[in-house]
Each structure stands twice: as structure tokens, then as C-alpha cells.
Design a protein around this ligand. Structure first.
Ligand code: SF4
Length: 308
């Protein structure tokens, strides 16, 4: 069973073709430009079974002849078991699958992001440190600087075996490997290439995200990269070029989408009573977005081919 924000039956910007889009609830990031703040808290979602979602899609299966199902959110990989079940069932029916993710849940140096949300009945699948009795110390905001803390404690009498954090990481990697076997395409958002700036923009480090990108490259998984350009935040030439350099190290990127920041999500913040962080930031113009794309792509090409 998963916690779902909503279903969209005719998505045209969430992967190839026309898509049945599943918005998952729950996200450990707090991107300043997020236009879905209503997906941040998993417990706000509607509980749904994977079969129920597939059945809803299949009612209009002919719509999706050129597309398939897309999991987005929120962060779908926060509900990894459910996502795996959903995509496994989709593939059994021959439905193409696309995962739209920030990659933040990939096990890297920031294990603690797993545990922001305490979901009744799902605690054990989310929280590696449940095993070591540290349930109250798991909020990512509190742990931003404690990335290496998970595996410091060994189980008494079992010092030579995996500590709980290591075991959880291994289990999670195995599940992600299974998920990738039933995922046709990953749309990966790289919010900011600079870690310090990424933390300011999203509240989280980008290290897990970049590790996920490298992992996807290592298994040859097709990826579309998405990057939102925001004046004063992600519209800096040297950072865009750095992103181009990073992309040149990957060989699985099929497409780059450079998306201009817009403030259409502000109304949701107003409705939720949350202050909109970018209220003084202008929207990105088409010209700025095209310029940003050129900075990324020219560097990417130059690094890849050695040509100027
Ligand atoms: S990753 Fe960022 S943009 Fe996406 S849902 Fe989470 S906070 Fe919003």
C-alpha cells in the first residue's frame, strides 16, 4: 500500500508519450521553487494499492499506447517497496515505466534523509536507525552535518558483521537494483551542481543525487536530466558549466531538459499558509533558459569530444 497525492490521467510532460502519472506523497527535500508543497508529507496522502492504480490506468489503456506510467511526487523513492511493487506489476502488464526522482533517497553519505517521515505502520521500512534506538534524531534538518554517523555503532558481540546502517544501505541498494530492472527511464532532477548551494536551495546535500547519477550510468539506465534555472540561484555561468562537465562524465543521458523557473506554485503556499521563499525572485525568461542550456551543452560537448 502506498501514500498517493493524486493521479493524472493525461500527462504530457512526464516522460515519453502520454502518461498515467502517479504523484507520490512525501519528500525529504524543501526546494525553494517547489510547486508541489502539498506533496511533502507522506501522511497527507491517500492510501492506495498498486493493483488499484494499475486497474485505473488500464481502463483507458489505449490512451497510453505511446507512453506509459510515470511515478513522480513528492519523491517516489521514499516509498521504495511500494514503488517496486507498482512498477513490477506495470511491467507484468507490458506497461512502460518512468521514474521522476530527485535521487535523494539513493544510499550514499546522507543515510538519514530516509527517516524524515514517521509513517504509522511503515517505520521499519524507512528508518535504518530504528535498529539502534535513535528514532528521535532522524530529522534531516537536524542531521545535515552528520552524514557519517550511521555506521559508527557496531552490534555488541557482532563487531565483525554489518552494523545496522550498513545493512540497511545494502538492503536498499538491492531493492534499488530490483527497481531499476522494472524501470525503463529515469528522469533525474539535478537541482544544483554545487553542494553548498544545493543545501541552501533544497535543505539537503547533493552527494546522494550525484552518486545516483553515477550509479545509473554504471548500469546503463537511460536517463533524462532536468535542471530548473532560477535567476540568482542556478543561473550562474560557472555552475552551469560545472553541470555540463559532470554530464560529460556520464554516457547514459538521452536528454537534457532546462526548465525556466516560474512562480505558478505560489498560490499553493498561500493556501497552505507557508511563506513562499522566492517571492522576490523574478521568473526566468525564455532567453535566460536558452542561454543556460547553451552553457551546459557547450561545456558538455567540449568535455566529451575535446572540440571547442
Ligand atoms: S524534490 Fe524539491 S521540487 Fe520535488 S517535490 Fe521535493 S521539494 Fe518539491
Amino acid at each position: 500500500m502506498g501514500y498517493i497525492h493524486s493521479l493524472e490521467t493525461f500527462g504530457t510532460v512526464d516522460g515519453p508519450g502520454v502518461r498515467f502519472v502517479v504523484f507520490f506523497e512525501g519528500c525529504p527535500m524543501r526546494c525553494q521553487y517547489c510547486h508541489n508543497p502539498d506533496t511533502w508529507h507522506m501522511q497527507d496522502g491517500t492510501k492506495m494499492q498498486a493493483d488499484e492504480i494499475i486497474e485505473k490506468m488500464e481502463r483507458n489503456r489505449s490512451y497510453y499506447a505511446t507512453g506509459g506510467i510515470t511515478a513522480t511526487g513528492g519523491e517516489p523513492m521514499m516509498q521504495l517497496d511500494f514503488l517496486l511493487e507498482l512498477f513490477t506489476k506495470a511491467k507484468e502488464k507490458g506497461i512502460p515505466t518512468c521514474l521522476d526522482t530527485s535521487g535523494i533517497m539513493f544510499p550514499g553519505t546522507q543515510e538519514n534523509v530516509l527517516c524524515q517521515e514517521k509513517i504509522p505502520g511503515m517505520e521499519d521500512s524507512l528508518c535504518p536507525e530504528k535498529l539502534s534506538g535513535k528514532e528521535d534524531s532522524l530529522c534531516p534538518e537536524k542531521l545535515a552535518d552528520k552524514e557519517d554517523s550511521l555506521c559508527q555503532e557496531k552490534i555488541p558481540g557482532m563487531e565483525d558483521s554489518l552494523c545496522p546502517g550498513e545493512k540497511q544501505k545494502k538492503d536498499r541498494l538491492e531493492k534499488i537494483a530490483c527497481l531499476m530492472e522494472v524501470t525503463d527511464l529515469v528522469m533525474l532532477d539535478i537541482k544544483h551542481i554545487d553542494d553548498t548551494e544545493h543545501r541552501k536551495l533544497t535543505g539537503q546535500s547533493n552527494q546522494n543525487i550525484l552518486s545516483f547519477a553515477k550509479y545509473l550510468d554504471s548500469i546503463g539506465k537511460p536517463v533524462w536530466i532536468r535542471h530548473v534555472v532560477v535567476p540568482g540561484i542556478t543561473l550562474e555561468e560557472h555552475e552551469l558549466k560545472e553541470l555540463g562537465r559532470f554530464l560529460s562524465t556520464l554516457s547514459n543521458v538521452e536528454k537534457l531538459e532546462v526548465l525556466p523557473y516560474h512562480s505558478l506554485g505560489k498560490v499553493k503556499y498561500d493556501n497552505l499558509g507557508i511563506e513562499y521563499p522566492l517571492k522576490d525572485t523574478p521568473q526566468t525568461t525564455k532567453e535566460q533558459a536558452a542561454w543556460a542550456r547553451e552553457q551546459i551543452c557547450s561545456t558538455w560537448k567540449r568535455e566529451k569530444t575535446g572540440e571547442n
